[in-house]
Write a new protein. Structure first.
Length: 107
């Protein structure tokens, strides 16, 4: 099993149980045999990429969240993402950001 997928079985079980679904019910929703889905939760088999995408969509999670990958961006990446989001923000939001930035710099 890939290191990245080590948390997948637990996450699959947790998400299914959170919705009070049985393995049989979930397997019918995504179109696999109940035994196949059971193997995924037991960690003896892994879903393919399309199946992972279907599960992530069903649970409204990103693939990273579903497989348990923790994303810890570097500060420069966070700053670049912030700048990109500010650039597409409305003028009102940009003005609010500038106002808070000026306040922070004064203290």
């Amino acid at each position: 099993m890939l290191v990245m997928l080590m948390e997948l079985p637990k996450n699959l079980r947790d998400e299914r149980e959170r919705r009070n679904w049985t393995q049989k019910h979930l397997s019918e929703i995504i179109g696999v045999k109940a035994s196949t889905y059971s193997n995924w939760e037991q960690g003896t088999r892994e879903p393919n990429l399309q199946q992972l995408i279907s599960l992530a969509n069903l649970y409204e999670l990103s693939l990273d969240q579903l497989v348990g990958r923790k994303y810890n961006p570097k500060p420069d990446q966070v700053l670049q993402q912030f700048i990109a989001e500010v650039q597409v923000s409305s003028t009102q939001k940009r003005n609010e950001i500038i106002k808070y930035w000026n306040y922070i710099n004064q203290n």
